[in-house]
Design a protein around this ligand. Sequence first.
Ligand code: HPA
Length: 274
Amino acid sequence: MNIEAIQQASQYITDKLSIKPQIGLILGSGLGILADEIDNPTKIKYEDIPGFPVSTVEGHAGQLVIGSLKGMQVLAMQGRFHYYEGYDLQEVTFPVRVMKQLGIETVIVTNAAGAVNPSFEPGNLMLITDHINHTGVDPLFGPNDPTLGVRFPDMTNAYTPALQQLARKAAAKLDLTIQEGVYVWNSGPSYETPAEIRMLQKLGGDAVGMSTVPEVIVARHAGMKVMGISCISNMAAGILDQPLSHEEVIETTERVKEQFLSLVKEIVANLAHQ
Ligand code: HPA
């Protein structure tokens, strides 16, 4: 990981800001609307930031939106980089390194995910309590720069327990029932087969998706606190007798966006009062 590139990107962003962001928000498929709630936003297109990869997928806008949300200064990624798009994991996780360089110590990572747990329903929100990296690749492959983090980072509490507690409290305050569980990262872009989903059920997965885990590994490597929230957009393959589609994923995230927005805003408000 090239420290100069991280510093350069961070400097470019800092020069455009009069505030110092405290929380990083990574917004998943269909969830980018959260960035529209940010007051006094400074918007910076990924393509304008030195060293940043450029987002290609439909439904991913590809810009940073920085400003205030519920009393906190936040930096939101409206659109993220996925491994399946062909970016290497250094590129996928570059924005997290830049967040750290900007002084951000807390990251909220969101995604759309398929339910592996048959008791979940599309439209549920799931607090991520742990993950399974089911890809065999890791963003920390290669030489380790000790100024960024340790060679073998502990992943025991990848999702900061105190932040999980805060998310539960926020959901309760809103009278919102949320699920909790283990997020499995598959590379995609093909969805899973029914046999793979039965396997993931046996392995202890509750939801499956194509993002989040690389960013979380790098955030933990960098010593940042992490919260993860999945929007369950569909039942994973084979659970219902129907095919999967990206349209369904987007439709579901659209349907539950108000709940998603109120939950994340309540969480951020609670972070402000900590
Ligand atoms: N599988 C993998 N990724 C996903 C899914 C799924 O069922 N739904 C949304 N992202």
